[in-house]
Design a binder for this molecule. Structure first.
Ligand code: UDP
Length: 371
């Protein structure tokens, strides 16, 4: 071996950054490249008016895994932000996730028994034993009122398809809570890193060689020649030149607005269920960090059809795409010098804590360390 690096990491998101950090700790030499003009992948934040703007969509860190919590806390302290989104539906504001506050706002019910009786009755009337699509799944989990008020129109905007044409699994985990608790997540640990996500990325990549504005596919041969192994975190179909066909995604368009007021909506996240709004939610970034700036920045999130010129946010996990992905996966397993990891290379919608765990597991696997 006389290559310059042990690992060439393609993509400076969480998977690649954690991988490079762990390998560098073990005296492996890494080069991390990214085609964007910054590091951090989709957790990257852009500072505007002293506010960290989540440029590629809101990221709220949460995990039940103490190991992962301790891991990220090496690089940043976390504030005590708890995600408690609101939903504007049919002209009224409701608390999410579906809990006793929501039920009170929806039906005027005060006790868990009253709320449960309504949900049970609607589930019995409209639900089915084996739901075949998202609509049937929702009706079977939460009944008609909740489905029609909070889920149907939001979901159809988000995915650009009728709820009856969407797979049930998208909402398999719809939490219904019979307590007055507006915390969206059930996890033990939650928060936003103080100083923003860039602090974590910079901590992970400290002392590691990085290059931005480098497109792997434009200089593939030369780049591949630099390292013994490649860690590839981009789209898996692109790596294989789309030989088994193109994987599909759902994209998003973010429209930012600067408002010369301190507080626009009083909460970081407000979902807009109704189809009369083309966006699905408005994010007011300063509230993630309890910001007191005199101005505020909000982002309207518009779901969009995906094409290769757009960011690939959500994998569309239907049978067709899963079939195509399996072809690429088989192909990838034949390459002993390339490691595939992360949302795009595994064609899977991962949360941040899951990506970190999967990158750490990959490193341990490579090093043969027993957990
Ligand atoms: N969802 C919904 N109404 C809402 C929020 C979410 O019906 O107010 C459904 C929708 O189908 C969406 C899914 O739940 O695709 C997951 O949404 P979540 O906000 O949890 O995921 P994110 O898009 O933030 O990753």
């Amino acid at each position: 071996k006389e290559k310059e690096y042990d690992y060439l990491v393609v993509g400076a998101g969480l998977f690649g950054s954690v991988f490079a950090h762990e390998m560098t700790k073990r005296s492996k030499k890494c080069l991390v490249i990214d085609k964007r003009n910054h590091l951090g992948g989709n957790v990257y934040c852009e500072e505007k008016e002293g506010i960290n703007v989540h440029k590629y969509g809101a990221h709220i860190f949460h995990t039940n895994d103490k190991r992962i919590w301790d891991y990220v806390n090496q690089f940043a302290s976390f504030n005590n932000y708890i995600n408690s989104p609101l939903s504007l539906s049919k002209g009224k504001l409701y608390n999410l996730p579906f809990n006793m506050n929501t039920f009170y706002q929806l039906w005027g019910t005060q006790t868990p028994q009253e709320a449960k009786a309504i949900i049970d009755e609607q589930v019995a009337k409209y639900g089915t034993k084996s739901p075949k699509n998202l609509e049937e799944q929702a009706l079977s989990l939460v009944g008609k009122d909740i489905y029609e008020t909070f889920i149907k129109e939001y979901t159809e905007k988000q995915w650009g398809k009728k709820a009856t044409e969407l797979p049930a699994f998208i909402i398999k985990r719809l939490p219904v809570r019979y307590t007055y608790n507006n915390n969206y997540f059930n996890d033990r640990y939650q928060g936003i890193p103080i100083g923003g996500y860039n602090t974590i990325i910079n901590g992970l990549l400290k002392g590691i060689e990085t290059k931005t504005n480098v497109d792997f596919f434009k200089e593939r041969e030369q780049l591949e020649g630099l390292a013994d192994k490649i860690v590839y975190t981009g789209k898996i179909d692109e790596f294989f030149d789309y030989k088994h066909g193109q994987l599909e995604y759902r994209s998003l368009r973010f429209e930012n607005e600067l408002h010369a007021i301190e507080n626009y909506q009083g909460n970081a996240v407000v979902n807009y269920n109704d189809s009369s709004f083309a966006f699905t939610r408005i994010i007011e970034h300063k509230h993630f960090e309890f910001g007191k700036q005199s101005k505020t920045i909000i982002t309207k999130e518009y779901p969009e059809a995906w094409d290769p010129s757009k960011e690939a946010y959500y994998p569309i996990n239907n049978d067709k795409n899963q079939g195509v992905y399996q072809e690429y996966k088989k192909e990838s397993q034949k390459l002993s010098n390339v490691i595939f990891g992360g949302r795009l290379a595994e064609y899977r919608y991962y949360d941040m804590h899951q990506i970190i765990a999967s990158s750490l597991t990959k490193v341990e696997e490579i090093l043969g360390i027993e957990k």
